[in-house]
Design a binder for this molecule. Structure first.
Ligand code: SF4
Length: 511
């Protein structure tokens, strides 16, 4: 219905002679998915939510022609009596700091001029004309940026490893194969601000000495694919991709590769095999991609959100970025808020924000005022954070200490009606489906764990099942070949750590 709303605006503006005075912009997601479709009227930034195509007439005739906001259509949190609150006073946005999401919901992602008007390609210009590759790497290293795709490896170090390897051909890859259930951070960045990813990849190419980039994007994201394709075409047209960028002699181009929905292709070695046209299966490391990656050449692989931070770091400096966050986790993190939460949507908060702030101050709490039970971070590779830990500042290290992980940023909230055994069964079912089958611990071990979990959920659990689950989980963690298998037991271990009584109750009180 968003496209119909935009078309209705264009029609109404024309009928009222306003077509040259008011511009209708189609933007990416502004984060508050629970209230979409959203229409924001500038310069007042009047925030209209849950708009229907038939509401457009009233907004045009009342607001645009008579200068009176249509109160009944405004998001109730965005108005205080008669005063329109600036967006940074609206509770959903108040505690957010938008770096990776800075342009999402603000610019038209299909128009490079709008990206340029918001400082687009300024960071690439600065890197190419005022810095050398060592300075770029040093800036990223000092900023403390860590990979936002899961493991949290320091981005600058990764770039430095690849830069130091001498080779005539190197590659920059972007991992846009977002596959966790409940995660849509990368999708929003690609759909809302594709040039930010292209620009960052070109900067990475300059830093390590690569002339070719690949974006491995899910084919199930057709809007992202369309907008990336448009953005690459525009950047080439403007001389910002291709040969001799900005007349500096630096060559860098980007191609898309579409993934076919295999979760394991998000694993870096499997992703590179898939780009090479082979079956997407992990391969042992070493050799690490920085030494021998895509087509056996030095390669860096960064996730979409990681790249979306790079241009701002180059423009505003390492100190600016590292002033946000915690000691070992700098900057911000984007979370896809879902499950039992009022404000389902996309949020970007400084590292170190607590789960309580995310759920209650930003997320608007749990529907029907039910109590918080747990939140799952990191999807099928992560774990849950129980109510007793709701005030722990969220960063890479604290999440690991809690038995979870940052993962890519899916955050699923659960209330007191959720069965935690069922949650771990759900995630394991996903992993079993997605295991590529190459190594025995993951291929066979996860299936055996799922059988036990299903038995417990069906009320047929037996004494000793919990211990079997624990021992299988530990050996899979220690022996699986890639990250998918090594982290598959996490949801079970984490729910066993905090909600063991639920497993025991299922077995004790069987039907
Ligand atoms: Fe494949 Fe699982 Fe082994 Fe990874 S751990 S290589 S996904 S079977």
């Amino acid at each position: 219905s968003s496209e119909l709303i935009a078309q209705n605006f264009e029609k109404e503006l024309k009928e009222n002679g306003l077509e040259n005075e008011v511009i209708v912009e189609r933007t990416g997601c502004f984060g508050l998915c629970a209230l979409g479709p959203v229409v924001i009227v500038y310069p007042e930034a009047a925030f209209y939510s849950q708009i229907k195509p038939e509401d457009v007439h009233e907004i045009v005739t009342e607001h645009l022609l008579k200068g009176r906001v249509v109160k009944r259509l405004l998001y109730h949190e965005s108005i205080d009596g008669d005063r329109l609150k600036p967006l940074d006073e609206v509770p959903f946005y108040q505690k957010q700091v938008r770096i990776a999401l800075r342009n999402c919901g603000v610019i038209n992602p299909e128009n490079i001029d709008e990206y340029i008007a918001f400082d687009g390609y300024k960071a690439l210009t600065k890197a190419l004309t005022e810095m050398n590759s060592e300075q770029v790497i040093d800036t990223i290293k000092r900023s403390g940026l860590r990979g936002r795709g899961g493991a949290g490896f320091p981005t600058g170090n990764k770039w430095e490893f690849a830069a130091k390897v001498k080779d005539d051909q190197k590659y920059v890859c972007c991992n846009a194969d977002e596959g966790d259930p409940g995660a849509f951070m990368d999708r929003s960045v690609l759909e809302g601000d594709p040039h930010a990813v292209l620009e960052a990849m070109a900067i990475a190419g300059f830093a390590i000495g690569a002339s070719q980039g690949y974006i491995y994007v899910r084919a199930e994201y057709p809007i992202a694919v369309k907008r990336l394709t448009i953005a690459i075409g525009q950047a080439r047209q403007y001389g910002l991709l291709g040969k001799n960028i900005l007349g500096t002699g630096f060559d860098f181009d980007i191609e898309l590769r579409l993934g076919a929905g295999a979760f394991v292709c998000g694993e870096e070695t499997a992703l590179m095999r898939s780009i090479e046209g082979k079956r997407g299966m992990p391969t042992p490391r070493p050799p690490f991609p920085a030494v021998k990656g895509l087509f056996a050449k030095p390669t860096i692989l960064n996730n979409v959100e990681t790249l979306a931070n790079v241009c701002q770091i180059i423009l505003k400096g390492a100190e600016w970025f590292s002033s946000m966050g915690t000691e070992k986790s700098k900057g911000t993190k984007v979370f896809a808020l879902g499950g039992k939460i009022n404000n389902t949507g996309l949020v970007e908060v400084p590292m170190g924000t607590t789960m309580r702030e995310i759920i209650y101050d930003i997320g608007g709490g749990i529907p029907n005022g039910r109590p918080y039970k747990a939140a799952q971070t990191g999807g099928p590779s992560g774990g849950c954070i129980p109510a007793s830990e709701i005030d722990v500042p969220i960063d890479y290290d604290n999440l690991i200490a809690l038995g979870s992980m940052m993962g890519s940023g899916g955050l699923i909230v659960m209330d007191d009606t959720t069965c935690m055994v069922d949650i771990s069964r759900f995630f394991l079912d996903f992993t079993v489906d997605e295991s590529c089958g190459k190594c025995t611990p993951c291929r066979e071990g996860t299936k055996r764990m799922l059988e036990i979990l299903e038995r417990i959920c069906e009320g047929k659990g037996e004494e000793g099942d919990i211990e079997k689950l624990e021992s299988l989980a530990r050996s899979i963690k220690d022996t699986a070949l890639c990250g998918l298998g090594q982290t598959a037991p996490n949801p079970i271990l984490s729910t066993l750590k905090y909600f063991r009584d639920e497993y025991e109750a299922h077995i004790r009180d069987k039907k």
